[in-house]
Design a protein around this ligand. Structure first.
Ligand SMILES: Nc1nc2c(ncn2[C@@H]2O[C@H](COP(=O)(O)OP(=O)(O)OP(=O)(O)O)[C@@H](O)[C@H]2O)c(=O)[nH]1
Length: 244
């Protein structure tokens, strides 16, 4: 006696095989395209202009984030040349410190010191990153964190009490801006090892670290101490362990 599978079941089997086959082919195609893909462009150069400043003459570049439209700035001094060993400050936006010269933090003084040292060196870049305000939590939340700090919390605990990340900054945009400007290796002006790691993670080679030490006052003393003890900031000249 002949035993044949009922027609619908046979068709179903064939359809399943076809579906599985095309699924496998699509997966391979996606895997291949991911493998070949260059790093995604997340920032675009919009414009540039000569900018005389209190420290000297710079060229300022505007870059726009593709994802959120934020406008970031690069202040460039001199010629980038072969792009090697360029003195660089990657500065996180701090409206209260940078604009209003708040004494609660060291941000404003660090920005001024970086501009001054780059002017004196005759070559270098300050990258100013928007969206980094309050280590990523934004201005509104930073002010709430300040109130908690006035009530005794430190800068880490205050973010945690608000249910927000202690530091959510990403350095991908900073790294792309530096690459776009032709910067290849940098002498990074920072006290923050996480910033070194963040930039290295995006392919920026750091050949040296330049400490950015500014006055300690009664208003920022606890903040700076907490950054040292709880966030690994280095307030000295030790460099090897940070950049290697
Ligand atoms: N959440 C929070 N953010 C702060 C506070 N004080 C300053 N900031 C933000 O911290 C950012 C700067 O980070 P810092 O840790 O001071 O310094 P850094 O840029 O990581 O390190 P350096 O390169 O050494 O200056 C800016 O975005 C400021 O707005 C604070 O008390 N709480």
């Amino acid at each position: 006696s002949r035993t044949t599978l009922p027609a619908p079941a046979q068709n179903g089997l064939i359809l399943n095989e076809v579906a599985i086959g095309s699924f496998v082919v699509s997966c391979l195609a996606v895997a291949l395209s991911l493998y070949k893909r260059k790093p995604e462009k997340i920032v675009k150069r919009i414009s540039s202009a000569r900018l005389p400043t209190a420290w000297g003459s710079f060229v300022t570049y505007c870059y726009k984030s593709m994802s959120d439209g934020l406008e970031h700035v690069a202040m460039v001094k001199g010629e980038i040349g072969d792009g090697k060993d360029v003195l660089v400050r990657v500065h996180s936006e701090c409206l209260t410190g940078d604009i209003f010269k708040s004494s609660r933090c060291d941000c404003g003084n660090q920005l001024a010191l970086a501009m001054q040292q780059i002017e004196e060196a005759g070559q270098g870049v300050v990258v100013y990153l928007k969206g980094h305000e309050g280590r990523g939590i934004g201005l509104g939340s930073k002010l709430r964190a300040y109130n908690l700090q006035d009530d005794g919390r430190d800068t880490v605990q205050a973010n945690e009490d608000l249910g927000l990340p202690v530091d959510s900054r990403d350095y991908g945009i900073g790294a792309q801006i530096l690459k776009d400007l032709g910067v290849r290796t940098i002498k990074l002006m920072t006290n923050n090892p996480a910033k070194c790691d963040g930039l290295k993670g995006y392919g920026i080679q750091i050949t040296d670290r330049v400490p950015v030490l500014t006055p300690i006052t009664k208003h920022n003393k606890r903040y700076l101490e907490t950054k040292g003890t709880r966030m690994g900031h280095v307030y000295g000249i030790e460099t090897e362990s940070i950049i290697s």
